[in-house]
Design a protein around this ligand. Structure first.
Ligand SMILES: *[C@@H]1O[C@H](CO)[C@@H](O)[C@H](O)[C@H]1NC(C)=O
Ligand SMILES: *[C@@H]1O[C@H](CO)[C@@H](O)[C@H](O)[C@H]1NC(C)=O
Length: 415
């Protein structure tokens, strides 16, 4: 059976190669797939919204980076680059009276990193609260709407729930003071207390220069059928098993560790990025959170993302045709992955690969420096623009005043 599968794969690789050649012969220019056929929604945010950037003492932002420059490259760095982007963006206004949106630059994930470089958000609620007190007392705009026309970048694991363990994050809930604000966050899962209606889900930060430096010629044959590098078990934090990735990663390993079609391992090779460009399918299973940087990497490297994370809310889901470029596999169906993936018709694989080759897909996943139209910064602005106009009734609610002393007492200590 295994041998047959492997031969089947060689055959598939051959067919894909032939089809790809045929495709290139028939059509010299790149295919332009528009509208519902799967292009990224390419709105131009300029002229559709005005953003006022609060000026805060540098201890809320720049000083944190000076203290620990690892924040510039980790997967939570959107909080830094969005700030830098907005300062010179055409949507920025210096006149708060004409602003549609207010932005408060607080780098909560950079505030404290462990020796391994992981952000610990224990002080984030106090830091955020302190920034809110400052803007609410220095300007009239926060009190006017109780924050309903303010947005925040909160890229930590569970967004503004500010904890890295899901149970604790759920127990905390979203910081009460941010109840009415719009949250821009990587965390996305339906029906979860840490994702409120109207939030904007964004991709984690992947350093664009690093990615560029690992690109290989796009016509390199994809000789790996399924690729995955990462943990299957997290023995340290989940010694009993089954809690980490809700068992989905363990199921991948147990079912396919000996299957020659599956190039899966915990080793992280130096050719990781190149290998993704040589693979047809890249597994993107949930870990502790439903998202991981693999999702961005797969799209950028043209490897069809196999999304295994029930109820995931994908980045910019209103602008990117995830169903067309990727494949969703239910967590319970992981044991059948081999059958599921070998039954995808070559035509369908080619269609997805062609869509992924469309530069707008990659662009939307990256926080490019300098920024370019359609990149992740612009997608965030588009998300904000689509929420306009603010409805007067919902935005000015007199009797619904935020409670500044709600939440755990520890959060009330000064920062
Ligand atoms: C906004 O409301 C807070 C809390 O009620 C108050 O302390 C603050 O002075 C108000 N800000 C302005 C600018 O009036
Ligand atoms: C605000 O929250 C605190 C702490 O939960 C509570 O004791 C207080 O009664 C609340 N105030 C109002 C006005 O609801």
């Amino acid at each position: 059976m295994r041998n047959w599968n492997f031969l089947g794969f060689l055959y598939l690789a051959f067919i894909l190669r032939m089809e790809a050649l045929k495709f290139h012969k028939n059509d010299q220019h790149t295919e332009r797939i528009s509208g519902s056929a799967g292009d990224v929604l390419e709105d131009n945010p300029v002229g559709r919204l005005k953003v006022f950037v609060y000026e805060l003492p540098s201890k809320y932002n720049k000083k944190t980076v000076q203290r620990d420059s690892r924040c510039l490259n980790h997967m939570f760095a959107a909080e830094i680059y969005m700030h830098r982007f907005l300062l010179s963006s055409l949507v920025r206004t210096l006149n708060p009276e004409e602003a549609d949106w207010f932005y408060t630059p607080v780098y909560t994930t950079c505030e404290y990193l462990t020796p391994h470089g992981h952000p610990l958000p224990f002080n984030s609620p106090r830091m955020m609260r302190s920034a809110l007190q400052l803007i609410a007392s220095s300007w009239p705009y926060w009190n006017r709407t109780q924050g309903a026309d303010h947005f925040f970048i909160v890229p930590h694991d569970f967004g503004a729930c500010f904890h890295f363990q899901e149970e604790k994050a759920i127990e905390r809930g979203i910081l009460p003071l941010l109840q009415r604000a719009t949250l821009v966050q990587t965390f996305g899962q339906r029906n979860h207390v840490c994702l409120k209606d109207g939030s904007i889900t964004i991709p984690p930060y992947a350093p664009p220069q690093k990615i560029q430096s690992h690109l290989i010629p796009p016509d390199t044959p994809r000789s790996i059928f399924v690729y995955f590098r990462g943990l299957f078990y997290d023995d340290r934090n989940d010694p009993e098993g089954g809690y980490y990735a809700r068992g989905a990663r363990a199921a991948v390993w147990e079912n396919f560790k000996d299957n020659p079609l599956f190039d899966i391992s915990t080793d992280h090779p130096t050719t990781y990025y190149e290998d993704m460009q040589r693979a047809i399918f890249c597994l993107c299973p949930l870990g502790w959170a439903p998202w991981s940087p693999r999702l961005v990497e797969a799209v950028v490297f043209g490897c069809i993302p196999i999304i295994i994370a029930d109820d995931i809310v994908l980045p910019f889901a209103d602008a990117i045709p995830w169903e067309d470029i990727g494949l969703f596999v239910a967590e319970k169906d992981v044991p059948y992955l081999d059958n599921i993936l070998t039954s995808v018709p070559p035509k369908e694989i080619l269609r997805k690969q062609r869509l992924l080759a469309n530069p707008s897909m990659k662009q939307a996943m990256l926080f490019l420096q300098p920024s370019q139209p359609g990149d992740a910064f612009h997608q965030i602005l588009n998300g904000l623009a689509r929420k306009l106009p603010h409805h007067h009734k919902t935005i000015y609610r007199d009797n619904d005043v935020l409670n500044w002393t709600a939440g755990p007492v520890g959060d009330l200590k000064p920062w």
